[in-house]
Design a protein around this ligand. Structure first.
Ligand code: MF3
Ligand code: CO
Ligand code: CO
Length: 274
């Protein structure tokens, strides 16, 4: 079932979305050769808590950290680590999801101390998630790598721009796939955009490839993410032994951008703007 959000829900989702977006702005100045991804995780975690929000990835289905940090051939769900130091020429995606609701930092801290780690904090409150990511360039990157990142951003925006009541989910996928493939890149099939709201991942599933005029019809008040992962080589992926990190099977680079949006009367509104 796809939930339709009320105007009041959207006011709250704008707040979550804004804090997620501000986290990406905050972390940008720290993205440079030598920093570890665990340090990026720490900075984002502190920032999100300072805004009274919970970092949604933390404990979500057992994910161990507060952000996803995905370097080079990592497609998504990279786990921040003290062993991963950024190097000149890398690309790194930082994926931020925050949960805002009627609770305080004390509630979060008490929950994390008292509850079993399997209890996911957002299950106990009636807040909303906001989900957004960006791929950053580390130092000076090769022109072909910069082209991948630029085309991935454009592909996300082309997907967003078709969103309006009456449009089909397949229109989004088609716009993204057409732009990526006409630039000789490939679209990851195994991860998708998703509905979002009181739940981190809700219906519908938003494919980043597909045919125009197919799939569910968009209606005012639907909220979902568009988050294409675009690769230089094969679209195929495998999961590393940590159970989370998704990498390209050929080791080729992968980029991603993500926004959370709502379908409005005559189009869309991006909810994850700083
Ligand atoms: N933020 C990711 C998304 O865009 C999901 C991360 S799930 C996690 O859907 F468990 F890895 F955090
Ligand atoms: Co998402
Ligand atoms: Co995300």
């Amino acid at each position: 079932m796809v939930s339709i959000k009320t105007d009041d829900d959207i006011i709250k989702m704008r707040e979550s979305g804004k804090i997620a977006a501000e986290t990406l702005v905050m972390i940008e100045k720290h993205i440079e050769p030598g920093i570890t991804t665990i340090e990026l995780n720490r900075l984002c975690h502190e920032f999100i808590l300072s805004k009274g929000c919970y970092p949604s990835p933390y404990n979500y289905k057992g994910f161990p950290k507060s952000i996803c940090s995905s370097v080079n051939e990592v497609i998504c769900h990279g786990i921040p680590s003290s062993k991963h130091k950024l190097r000149n020429g890398d690309i790194v995606n930082i994926d931020i999801t925050v949960y805002k609701g009627d609770f305080t930092i004390d509630d979060i801290n008490r929950h994390l101390k008292e509850k079993k780690s399997t209890d996911y904090f957002p299950y106990f409150y009636k807040g909303f998630h906001g989900d957004t990511n960006r791929t950053y360039l580390v130092g000076k990157v090769e022109p072909e790598v910069k082209r991948l990142v630029d085309v991935t951003y454009e592909a996300m925006m082309k997907g967003i721009q078709v969103v309006k009541p009456g449009a089909k989910l397949g229109d989004i996928g088609h716009a993204i796939q057409t732009h990526a493939e006409s630039n000789n890149f490939s679209v990851v099939r195994d991860f998708t955009g998703h509905g979002i709201g009181r739940g981190f991942h809700e219906e519908p599933t938003v494919l980043h490839y597909g045919k125009e005029g197919t799939g569910m019809t968009l209606k005012k008040g639907m909220t979902f993410t568009i988050e294409p992962m675009i690769n230089i080589g094969t679209h195929r992926m495998k999961i590393l032994k940590d159970g989370w990190t998704a990498v390209t099977t050929d080791g080729s680079l992968s980029a991603q951008f993500e926004h959370t949006l709502v379908v409005t009367d005559d189009g869309f509104e991006i909810l994850t703007l700083a």
